[in-house]
Design a protein. Sequence first.
Length: 465
Amino acid sequence: MEFVSTRGNVGKIGFIDAFMMGLGNDGGLLVPHEIPVVSAETLQKWQELDYQELVLAIFSLYTNGEIPEQDLKELVYASYSTFRDPAVTPVRKLKDDLYLLELFHGPTFAFKDIALQFMGQLYTYVAAKQNKKIHILGATSGDTGASAIEGVKGKDGIKICILHPHGKVSKVQELQMTTIQDDNVLNLSVDGNFDDCQRMIKDLFADLDFKAANQLAAINSINFVRIMAQTVYYFYAYFQVAKQTGAKRVSFSVPTGNFGDIFAGYLAKRMGLPVGKLILATNENNILERFVLDGLYKPGDFRMTYSPSMDIQVASNFERYLYYVLGENAEQTRTLMEQFKSAGEITISGEALANVQADLSAYGVQGQECLNTIKQYEAATGYLLDPHSACGVAAADKCSSEGEITVSLATAHPAKFNEAIELCGIEQQFPEQISALFEKPQRQTRVDGSLQSIVRELEAFYNGK
């Protein structure tokens, strides 16, 4: 397996080099040169694997043997040793045709743990093997930051800086990031929204001199390893539902803002998983819904919602998907992304749009509908959804095909978003780990939304000043 850039100007590189490069040096995103396709016989064998065994089977298709088998096994088992459910990502039945894939049993109670606990282990492994310092830089709309920090806090050879939009994450998300006291962690609370934070991250990675001088490494889903790790639970969920129901094909409803989680589902389908529909669930920041419906990709007015981790207008992984929609045409992808940078919008039509609509359904869940879904399912089933998971369930109810089973992704524990739960008139019991956060001191630095301010803080942090 070799990796190339969606913009065509990064030669075929290996797995570790792709992991460490993060964002392609040409500004594009790294993708497999060829997506591995799994046979029906292999799928049948994989159905009997536990979660960690399945991770190893899928990762082996991408790692090129660059990590010795025993080392990879140790990394994987260490990554999932802290998860509270032995299944790692258990599947629950909500009703006859709707299942819930619980992705929040990791240390920070969010789906990001599934990829980022492994990435933390892998960065630590590379730092030790190559005797190098690694400076991780990322932006978060709430969950990525806490998961990434949890994966590398206190680790030798690694420093991590996370940008989050000031006042635009939930209180629990903020506390999970800012109560960490390890000296290798810096939290920057940035005036602006997540798109501003993400744009500055991409600008810094695109500055190849700055990237090299400061040994930057990516933790956001611009790093393909994030996608690779998330692909696993689509296979795992399918196998669990197929065993329970005998279903030959399963659809997935995915709450998404940055397009990474649903792209992982798309990758799984391209690898041979029998996926029916991929339902893209958004909120009022519904640029992706508009793209699926009419081919226009254009940011609108930013809105704060009850599902803040999805309050994103410019989706990092959109370029990966566009590359495949355009038939892996790197030149055309590069042209359209340059057009987006200059004109602020992209339009596709004809065969390309038909391809999108064959791959995806989409539904934007409005605020009150999100809250109503939480109340409805809690009353009917006793199951409490967080607002992001509620968007996924609402979209599944709206878009699922009759007679086909849909698995909706539960991306976070409701305790992380009690602001929305309280509006539903529901009192929930916090897990002990989350309750304890409110007693801990916080440590963060507030900065204005300028790139110069970010650079100043980063250089001081990385150089130990």
